[in-house]
Design a binder for this molecule. Sequence first.
Ligand SMILES: Cc1ncc(COP(=O)(O)O)c(C=O)c1O
Length: 424
Amino acid sequence: MTIRIPFNKPSIVGSELIYVGQAVAGGHASGDGPFTKRAEAMLEEHFDANRVLLTTSGTSALELAAFLCDLRPGNEVIVPSYTFVSTANAFVLRGARPVFVDIRPDTLNIDERLIEQAITPRTRAIFPVHYGGVGCEMDAIMDIANRHGLFVVEDAAHSLCARYKDRWLGTIGHLGCYSFHETKNVSCGEGGALVVNDPALESRAEILREKGTNRSQFMRGEIDKYSWVDVGSSYVLSDMLAAFLVGQIENMDKITRRRGEIFDLYSAMLAPLVERGLIRIPVVPQHCATSYHMFYILTGDTEERTALIAHLRASGILAVFHYVPLHSSPFAQSLGTPQTNLPMTDELSTRLLRLPMYFDLADWAVEEVASAVLDFYQPGAIAQSAGNANTNYLRRKASRIARKGAASGGIGAAAQPVDASGAS
Ligand SMILES: Cc1ncc(COP(=O)(O)O)c(C=O)c1O
């Protein structure tokens, strides 16, 4: 079956291609050119951030952050196991060891109530991850970090334009890391940004990002030549990619709004399944504003998720699961990471399924995906959901499914019935 509705698709939302042309024509295609400065200034202004430095990826922003925390062999870093490998690799590269902490059952973010008991004399930093663009409990995390003298590096790869209380995610910890990978809300293919919230880290951040040299100072005319002054690497984004990014940053509110509409449409259409306890959808606490990075559902169990993926694929829809917990990976085990008891991580990671989500995803496609999910669980639910989402498309689809159901027992008749108690 060919995929008609992909999981993700990069979009042009504004003047990206014009700006790329200007970057090339302007003769500055390498890093730290005019578009890099423009993108950094726009992000600093919008998020009221002390300093933003574009990087080649979210991964390299995290690596820079680990450098800046001066992490070394023998140090421990507290991190959720339910995250992308880059969150941990960043400090494992410096010789520090991950100490995995379980996630909250509601937001799937690190459970701040479990952090303090994981702290040892070797602990040096906490790397919280705002999963799906919903904020971790940052007040509690910052309080713990301040009392124990720890760095906080926010992995805000999913969280551009998301808020925790009155603050933007990525600007709360000592350092924050954004990703502009093609799968993210705002993208330039591959890219990222380090947000340096602690001014004391600013000048070293510039140096580490520029191969350990003071070239940034030289470019500002503050010194007459630049030289090797520290360790470092090449983390500077090409100005051609920064140009593309400026076109996206100019439209980031529009992007977030559209993703919010998609999120709301999925939520409305799938409400009957949630009400019956068959699935769960993302929880956004009152005090958080999400970036709507993803729309996921939690199925009853892994077998149900596998069957649903196959059912969607048979309808030409690509839905994917997410992280395999890091603590269960062969590499984490080879590091001698203490055997960890992470029941929420183990359970929820096997039930989570991400539905297609991207700026250009049309309403009809969202409705088709949601209809296919409803259809998997219970053919009759589509009629009920049509009332919720109030669209003609749904009503037509509902009556078509009802006709088909009457004739054949329904497309979803072969699906396994789900024990509602399996869904939390
Ligand atoms: C939570 C998290 N952190 C970091 C990254 C790495 O970002 P990048 O792909 O830009 O290196 C990702 C990528 O998907 C991610 O999901």
